[in-house]
Design a protein around this ligand. Structure first.
Ligand code: NAP
Ligand code: SF4
Length: 669
């Protein structure tokens, strides 16, 4: 029997049926904005529809130019542009999927000077002057614009629209006293503030007719001050139902909220309970979202009655065939999203096309093609870190005869270290995925094999993915017994005292600090208490006072640069790491010079002042050096050599670059 009967059960919406309970949630890829990119957008959605997704939702389209997210951003306001979208909708329908267009008015979150919002209150996260407040007439016209865009979406062949009512965009801004100080018919009381979304749904429904999906993404937890109360949220949901919504999707947290909602340290399914709280209040289907990344969890959420459907976006970037693999009971073959944000949301926020660290083909389906090879070669891959694993499995998948050599007794490289960091447990899923993929693609794996050039004679090509080793800085006393490197610490091979200095504040310095402060596998209740998240029936917006959890150690984190620590971390996740360390009492010291290490501890100079940190242990997280001792002798032996990942360039090495480089190489060989 299929292990996911609830997840795979069709859902009858009256005029149409969804083939299962999986919605691909909206994610702005960067392909939405220009007509010339629509064929690529079509290929992206077609692959997900082929993989079994029931209903995909596009990135947000503004109903008018005042609602743009970016200057000249995506908007659905013309018949000409709507007609160009046929390529997208036809591609999805060809695979029997359905697709809805998201309608999003950014309000004060717009990155442009023409934005209009509920009031002139500026956005705390947008580098533009305050928005203009809409006149009452403009509000009314904006409601009509939503309806007009929905009609155009229908003309374009979409099966429905999703009205973006969460994440702090215009509709949220109209709904709360935090941002709506209007005294006209669109503000002044909770009831009047609700008029805007209710009118939008009513007029959209009136304009598109009954046989069209109207989904509404509703903010169930605002996670900001002066937010909606739970009673108001329920009242809005029932009004939206009366106005004609088909499905209510869940949104969690405004973008300006200082609580993480999707990064990897957020426990899986952390917010399904709030969707479960709304479900008995309405009779339309409700959708759970955020940090749902396995078919087991999705099944449990639906089977337990918390939701009728689940929305996943990033997990379908990392594996477009998620649903198909679940349906064929091949869940262990899913390339599970690890919620790192490195190639998806971090790209979106940098205005770069969204992709996936684990699946560099996402968003590049038409150009990064891994077709079967015509000439099968014998290829050796040396090193089973992310780069070597990606290269070996993709090469074997194309039909090459691949042997993978790893000096350690396990695969994973830097990922096996990352998986031991509290809040990064998801990285173990990638190792599980590759273990399975090595089997299914037929790679011959040799563990505990440190190869020599002689071992590699006879291969047609050699891929060197031997990774990196920790850099030992030239500080006097760096050989003192109190000094250890990060690998020894994370692998549990070093004794670490109660007070610790972590040298180097890159991604690894931050990771090691978290490793020294907390345990892995944090329960949801702890996480909620630590970030101040509560039941919205108790506190407006679900915002409570944070409860600091006692750290295991006293940690000092140091760097030589004078910039703030953690500046180079991911755009959407760096602030979470910084806040976590701050809440754990870590002293972050910038602009240091390391004078020496001796029995008294670490001697540093900061702002021309000498200081001794009397610590038990000093952990080196001072960057990496490439391991490439095989490269020159291999080249001299005449075999074609390809160097990838950290072995190629160690500086600012990250797995995104390593896996992309490996996949592109595999597509070429
Ligand atoms: P990194 O980001 O290059 O940081 C190395 C740190 O060591 C820097 O803070 C640098 O700062 C210091 N340093 C470099 N040379 C030094 C020297 N000779 N003496 C003393 N200090 C020195 O490298 P990493 O932390 O090892 O991380 C490697 C890569 O893994 C990162 O680039 C990142 O992409 C990825 N990663 C990311 C995350 C994340 O985003 N959460 C987590 C883990 C790994 P100063 O020169 O200012 O002292
Ligand atoms: Fe998931 Fe990371 Fe891929 Fe984004 S980049 S889809 S978060 S694995």
């Amino acid at each position: 029997m299929n292990p996911y009967p609830h997840l795979l059960e069709p859902l009858d919406l009256g005029h149409t049926t969804l083939r299962n309970r999986v919605i691909m949630g909206s994610m702005h890829t960067g392909l939405e904005d220009r007509a010339k990119h629509l064929p690529e957008l079509a290929a992206y959605f077609a692959e997900r529809a082929e993989g079994g997704v029931a209903l995909s939702v596009t990135g947000g389209y503004a109903p008018n130019w005042h609602g743009w997210l970016l200057p000249f951003g995506s908007q659905m306001t013309s018949r000409r542009f709507a007609d160009k979208h046929r390529v997208v909708t036809d591609a999805v329908h060809e695979h029997e999927g359905k697709i809805a267009m998201q309608l999003l008015h950014a309000g004060r979150y717009g990155y442009h000077p023409f934005k209009r919002a509920a009031s002139t209150k500026p956005s705390p996260i947008t580098p533009f002057r305050a928005p203009k407040a809409m006149t009452a007439k403009e509000v009314d016209r904006t409601v009509d614009d939503f309806a007009a865009s929905a009609v155009l979406a229908r003309r374009a062949g979409y099966d429905g629209v999703e009205i973006m009512g969460s994440e702090g965009y215009l509709i949220n801004q109209m709904l709360t006293a935090r941002t709506n100080d209007r005294t006209d018919r669109w503000g002044g009381s909770a009831e009047k503030r609700m008029r805007f979304p209710v009118e939008i749904v009513r007029r959209v429904r009136e304009a598109v007719g009954d046989d069209f999906i109207v989904m509404y993404r509703m903010s169930l937890l605002d996670l900001v001050d002066d937010a909606q109360s739970w009673e108001e949220t329920v009242e809005l949901a029932t009004k939206l139902e009366t106005a004609g919504v088909s499905i209510i999707n869940t949104g969690i947290g405004w973008h300006e909220a200082r609580i993480p909602t999707i990064v990897t340290s957020v426990p899986r399914g952390a917010f399904a309970w709030v969707t479960g709280k709304l479900r008995p209040e309405v009779s339309v289907p409700v959708v759970a979202s955020n940090r749902i990344n396995t078919p087991e969890l999705a099944e449990e959420i639906i089977a337990s009655g918390q939701a009728d459907l689940v929305s996943m976006a990033r997990p379908l970037l990392s594996d477009p065939f998620f649903v198909q693999k679940a349906a064929e009971d091949r869940g262990d073959e899913i390339n599970t999203c690890i919620a790192c944000n490195q190639a998806c949301l971090d790209h979106t926020f940098q205005n770069v096309r969204a992709s996936c660290m684990l699946n560099p083909r996402a968003g590049h389906e038409t150009t990064l093609v891994l077709s079967p090879t015509r000439v099968s070669k014998r290829i050796a891959v040396v090193g089973a870190g992310p780069a070597g694993l990606a290269a070996a499995t993709e090469l074997a998948g194309r039909g090459h005869d691949v042997e993978l050599f790893e000096a350690l007794p396990e695969i994973g490289g830097q990922f096996s270290l990352a998986a031991r960091i509290p809040g990064k447990e998801e990285f173990a899923e990638t190792i599980r995925y590759y273990s399975r993929r090595l089997e299914t693609s037929g790679v011959t794996l040799h563990l505990n094999r440190r190869v020599t050039v002689g071992d590699l004679a006879g291969f047609d090509e050699v891929v060197v993915a031997t990774g990196v080793e920790p850099r030992v800085p030239s500080i006097p006393g760096a050989d003192h017994p109190s000094v250890v490197d990060y690998q020894e610490v994370i692998r549990g091979r070093a004794t670490v005292g109660r007070t610790v200095a972590v040298l180097g504040a890159g991604g690894i310095g931050f990771d090691v600090s978290e490793f020294l402060l907390h345990e892995s596998g944090e329960p949801l209740e702890h996480w909620m208490a630590r970030w101040g998240v509560t039941d919205p029936a108790l506190e407006r917006g679900g915002l409570a006072t944070k409860i600091a959890l006692p750290p295991k150690r006293q940690v000092f984190l140091l760097q030589r640069k004078t910039t703030d620590l953690g500046k180079g971390l991911g755009k959407t996740s760096g602030w979470v790491h910084r806040q976590t360390l701050k809440d754990s009492g870590v002293e972050m010291i910038k602009g240091v010079s390391y004078d020496r290490i001796d029995d008294a501890g670490l001697h540093v100079t900061v702002d021309d002042q000498r200081r001794v940190l009397n610590v038990d242990t000093i952990v080196l997280c001072t960057g990496q050096e490439s391991v490439r001792d095989l490269v020159e002798p291999l080249e001299a032996s005449g075999v074609p050599v390809h160097v990838i990942g950290g072995a190629d360039v160690a500086a600012e090495l990250d797995a995104k670059r390593a896996i992309k480089q490996a996949t592109e190489l595999a597509a070429r060989l």
